[in-house]
Design a protein around this ligand. Structure first.
Ligand SMILES: *[C@@H]1O[C@H](CO)[C@@H](O)[C@H](O)[C@H]1NC(C)=O
Ligand SMILES: *[C@@H]1O[C@H](CO)[C@@H](O)[C@H](O)[C@H]1NC(C)=O
Length: 153
């Protein structure tokens, strides 16, 4: 009986792992930071497939090369047929997100988790499109720009 309980625990653990996934990303011009990892939940395989109107959790693990930035504002865009479409974020102020401590200190790992809303007023797109997440610090300085490919149906 003990082993069947263990099997359930392991199965649930694997399921949870399958739900949050480290995603391959490209750097789209980070000027004052380094992205270490990007996780998206839910995402079972790449490119992540989202539905219009869905809210997804995007975690960007990064280290700033600016020291002591008390500003950390996130923006996100999807590029759809050449148009840069801004995405709604639940909390653009990364200082208020779980996983982030402000002021941002140089070379300190931060792991903000943002809720990103997939627009509902776009056509379904069956080819992968780029989604960019940008963090801006004090004096409007770019900290990072990270890009992943996603599909929206
Ligand atoms: C850190 O930033 C705050 C607010 O911008 C400023 O008052 C303080 O002097 C800064 N500290 C250092 C060590 O630069
Ligand atoms: C970064 O800024 C903090 C103040 O917020 C200061 O205490 C620290 O010494 C600074 N670190 C570096 C590497 O400049």
């Amino acid at each position: 009986m003990g082993s069947s309980v263990l099997a359930v625990v392991v199965a649930v653990g694997l399921f949870a792992l399958a739900q949050a996934k480290q995603i391959s990303f490209t750097d789209c011009g980070s000027q004052n930071g380094v992205i270490v990892a990007v996780d998206i939940t839910p995402c079972s395989s790449e490119p992540c497939a989202f539905k219009r109107g869905q809210t997804v959790a995007v975690e960007v693990d990064f280290m700033s090369t600016l020291n002591n930035s008390s500003t950390a504002i996130l923006t996100a865009f999807a590029t759809i047929f050449g148009d840069k479409v801004p995405l709604n974020l639940a909390q653009p102020d990364a200082c208020k997100l779980p996983g982030t401590t402000c002021p941002l200190l140089k070379s300190t790992l931060e792991k903000p988790v943002e809720q990103v809303v997939v627009p509902s007023n776009i056509p379904p797109i069956f080819i992968p499109i780029p989604l960019q997440v940008i963090l801006t610090g004090d004096s409007n300085q770019n900290i990072f720009c990270g890009q992943v490919q996603v599909k929206i149906s």
